[in-house]
Design a protein around this ligand. Structure first.
Ligand code: AMP
Length: 172
């Protein structure tokens, strides 16, 4: 299963800048079997868990998250880049290599008693995922865990997320 998915992930050197090996999932999304296998692999580890919502991180978490949510009979929440949500939103900043970025979630999207799985395509340094955890927990909800298609193990993103269950389909 992972061989199929690996074969459909395209490595793009020096994108978006020199030194980054970008893992492009568009060939995988384009392939019917690849897409089906991806959604199954992301959802299956959580089948027995209590999940009310899947929170997908913009942008590729929006592509994968809703299908995972349907498999888990859960709703979908968009975690958006700063300034895009129309209603009052909680905001969390995180560090980039140069400067900071921020993600937001509508304040009325979650509350105490809600159980959330966070979904994104790639776990790299983990800064984005940690900010998403702070958003969900800051609204009083519980992070059941985090699901990634790809984990870049050498970057150690998992280390900053301890205490949370992390399921990744492919490790590089
Ligand atoms: P990080 O906050 O460092 O864990 O970065 C995770 C975010 O950046 C995810 O939303 C990914 O989509 C994106 N990302 C980071 N590194 C890569 C990479 N090598 N290939 C593709 N996407 C990446």
């Amino acid at each position: 299963m992972t061989d199929l998915l690996r074969a459909l992930i395209r490595d793009v050197p020096d994108y978006p800048k020199a030194g980054i090996l970008f893992r492009d999932i568009t060939p995988l999304l384009r392939d019917t079997e690849g897409l089906q296998t991806t959604i199954d692999a992301l959802a299956t580890p959580w089948a027995a868990a209590e999940v009310d919502y899947v929170a997908g991180i913009e942008a590729r978490g929006f592509v994968l998250g809703p299908s995972v949510a349907l498999r888990l009979e859960a709703g979908f929440l968009p975690v958006r880049k700063a300034g895009k949500l129309p209603c009052p939103a909680a905001r969390e900043e995180y560090d980039l290599e140069y400067g900071t970025a921020a993600i937001e979630l509508h304040r009325d999207a979650l509350g105490p008693g809600d159980h959330v799985v966070i979904v994104d395509d790639v776990l790299a340094t983990g800064g984005t995922a940690r900010a998403a955890v702070r958003l969900v927990e800051g609204l009083g909800a519980t992070v059941v865990g985090l699901a990634f298609l790809i984990e870049l193990t050498a970057l150690g993103g998992r280390d900053g997320l301890d205490g949370h269950r992390i399921e990744s389909v492919i490790n590089y």
